[in-house]
Design a protein around this ligand. Structure first.
Ligand SMILES: Cc1cc2nc3c(=O)[nH]c(=O)nc-3n(C[C@H](O)[C@H](O)[C@H](O)COP(=O)(O)OP(=O)(O)OC[C@H]3O[C@@H](n4cnc5c(N)ncnc54)[C@H](O)[C@@H]3O)c2cc1C
Ligand code: SF4
Length: 509
């Protein structure tokens, strides 16, 4: 892995490809394009993960924002009149550094409003599972889509808290299965996961999480990939109907750079990418008017129940169970999936004290070791009004859920409550999740330039050498966590780019 660009003449080189952003989308594209022999520069505004003791400290990571960046995003949501300034995390690896490892495929029925079908993505899902070294077992998920390859590794043994949830769900007639997970339990590399209690939401201090730095970037061709960290791309440089490169600023020295490439791949995330495209004036070339719109993030909630015993005395990570029985139950009525329920670890006590359910924070913190939680992930609908726009030069996110989104989430919450009660829970509380951790949709791909921002190859319709590979491309959110789909699609797009590079990159390629 090339962690430095010390030997690279950043301004004197015309790269084959510049990739902006190093999350699942950008990191994966950089991996695949470098392995295809293209000279790739990956530009990321965050620094490298620190991986020291503090990375497992709840206060430092979740409350004090150790990785919080300096790029403001203004958010107006959930009926609030005022927008609130937020500062999303910035780090090499993007949100993969903080993700919980759940690696599920969308189902064939989720592709109804997509320009490609499940079969088109299926081989890339297999390649994504191999790249992320997913541990899972086919055949247990009641609505699992067909697969042509096995999971690379078997899932880890069930922990006691996960077994408790699985047994309760089974007693209710549900079919819980082991969540496919991208944590290094059985992989070839070291170190192995030690099942600490600070995984979801935290960087892995020992590097056992299969995040982008440990997978895509570690497996990229170091001769063909340079990674520059702590550099923010501020604008795309457009010349003669093409993107000639990007303007960027080094966050430490404040030095400004103009970086040049034959082809540019954007992967700043579903908020960062439309921000950069709008900042570069690309809305004037977008005939669909969809750029920045149709922002989705799932309608998520966490449900915690208090038990008459300590629920996780060994303090192990037990994000291991998924329930998908009701996935298709609203398809006929809503045209969407319902979603899934997943096992989830209770956040550390000091975090619950600050972020627990309103009115119950101290009580929840006091009984934290007797609480067990489930996560409900409901599909949300794409709406044009939910969008990223630029206001006074700052990205403004506006987002409201529909009645249907709430209804789907509440239906999952009712089932989650039943499971927790059956498992021995006494009283419970639901906490809505208001983060944009599952943000997708703001540069949707499609079949026509009047309806979508990107074409079927995730190429911006009016600029032949500009692509997008983060979660922005998704026209619907589906009912499962998005990372594996983003990774699979980035592999699909990278394959299209490398096989048709001279055509896309044009003269000089
Ligand atoms: C706590 C948490 C837990 C999660 N758990 C799961 C899970 O278990 N399973 C799952 O599937 N999903 C999970 N997710 C969601 C998942 O992490 C995201 O869907 C996914 O990482 C998005 O990938 P991306 O490539 O679209 O963008 P991102 O990961 O957001 O990457 C975008 C990158 O681009 C950089 N960037 C943006 N703009 C610029 C710019 N102008 N210049 C330079 N760099 C820029 C950003 O700093 C960032 O690193 C979780 C998310 C969070 C926050
Ligand atoms: S549970 Fe495993 S992969 Fe996750 S942070 Fe802990 S050691 Fe790392």
């Amino acid at each position: 892995m090339n962690q430095s660009t010390a030997n690279v003449d950043l301004e004197g080189t015309v790269f084959d490809v510049i990739v902006v952003g190093s999350g699942f989308g950008g990191g994966t594209a950089a991996y695949a394009l470098s392995r295809a022999g293209l000279n790739v520069l990956l530009v990321e505004r965050g620094g490298w993960p620190l991986r020291d003791e503090t990375d497992w400290n709840g206060r430092a990571i979740l409350l004090e924002g150790r990785y919080r960046g300096d790029s403001v995003v203004r958010v107006r949501q959930l009926g609030a009149g005022e927008a609130v300034d937020t500062f999303p995390n910035q780090v090499v690896g993007g949100n993969s550094i903080f993700f919980g490892g759940a690696a599920l495929r969308l189902r064939a029925s989720d592709f109804g409003r997509w320009p490609i079908g499940y079969a088109d993505l299926e081989p890339h899902y297999g390649a994504a599972e191999a790249l992320l070294e997913v541990h899972g077992r086919g055949g247990d998920d009641p609505c699992e889509p067909p697969r042509s390859s096995d999971y690379p590794y078997a899932p880890p043994d069930l922990t006691a808290p996960a077994r408790r949830i699985a047994e309760a769900a089974r007693q209710l007639g549900l079919h819980p299965f082991q969540l496919p997970i991208a944590l290094n339990h059985r992989g070839a590399r070291e170190p192995k996961c030690i099942r600490c209690f600070t995984c979801d939401g935290f960087p892995c201090r020992i590097g056992a999480k299969n995040d982008v730095t440990q997978t895509a970037l570690a497996k990229a061709d170091p001769e063909h990939l340079a990674v520059v960290a702590r550099m923010t791309v501020t604008k795309l440089v457009e010349r003669d109907g093409r993107i000639a490169g990007v303007e960027a600023v080094d966050r430490d020295s404040q030095r400004r750079f103009v970086l040049r490439a034959r082809l540019t791949v954007l992967s700043g995330g579903a908020i960062g990418t439309p921000d950069l495209m709008l900042r570069s004036g690309l809305d004037r070339l977008d005939a669909s008017g969809a750029l920045g719109r149709y922002l989705m993030r799932h309608c998520n909630a966490m449900i915690g129940y208090v038990f008459p015993f300590r629920t996780n005395p060994e303090l192990v990570n037990h994000k291991q169970i998924c329930i998908s029985d009701l996935y298709e139950s609203v398809r006929g009525q809503d045209g969407t999936a319902l979603g899934v329920i997943q096992d989830m670890c209770m956040p550390p006590r000091e975090v619950v004290r600050v972020l627990g359910p309103a009115g119950f924070r101290w009580a929840a913190a006091a009984s934290a070791n007797r609480i067990q939680t489930l996560l409900c992930i409901a599909e949300d609908e794409p709406q044009a009004e939910n969008r990223v726009s630029l206001e006074d030069g700052v990205p403004l996110v506006r987002h409201e859920y529909t009645a249907g989104d709430w209804r789907r989430r509440d239906r999952l919450v009712r089932v989650a409550r039943k499971v927790l009660r059956k498992a021995g829970g006494l009283v419970g509380k639901m906490r809505p999740i208001d983060s944009f951790s599952h943000a997708v949709g703001t540069a949707r791909f499609g079949r026509s330039a009047t309806e979508s921002v990107l074409d079927i190859d995730c190429r911006f319709w009016r600029l032949p050498n500009l692509f997008v590979v983060d979660g922005s491309f998704m026209p619907t959110s589906g009912g499962v966590n998005p990372s594996l789909t983003i990774t699979a699609n980035a592999l699909r797009v990278a394959a299209a780019i490398s096989s048709r590079f001279p055509e896309f990159a044009g003269a000089g390629a």
